[in-house]
Design a protein around this ligand. Structure first.
Ligand SMILES: [Zn+2]
Length: 77
């Protein structure tokens, strides 16, 4: 994974985890040190069937979420 995530907008730490959870059918980007989290369910990402998601599609969604996360950290910076 070469996605670059900016530090947490709340606590400023750099322990940011991006994960695709196939069990709970969710994408998540979260901070390990505080409660900052950004989540998106497969359904909200508008896949026809949340149980089938290609690596390519997942990567695309993750890229978008990464952008959103990074954009948020820019606020007030
Ligand atoms: Zn944090």
């Amino acid at each position: 994974m070469d996605i670059k995530l900016k530090p947490c907008p709340f606590c400023g730490c750099e322990h940011i985890i991006a994960e695709i959870n196939y069990m709970s059918k969710r994408f998540a980007i979260y901070c390990e040190d505080c409660i900052a989290v950004m989540e998106l369910s497969f359904i909200d990402a508008q896949f026809d069937d949340g149980s089938f998601i290609s690596f390519y599609e997942a990567r695309k969604v993750m890229d978008e979420m990464t952008e959103q996360w990074n954009r948020r950290t820019n606020n007030g910076a």
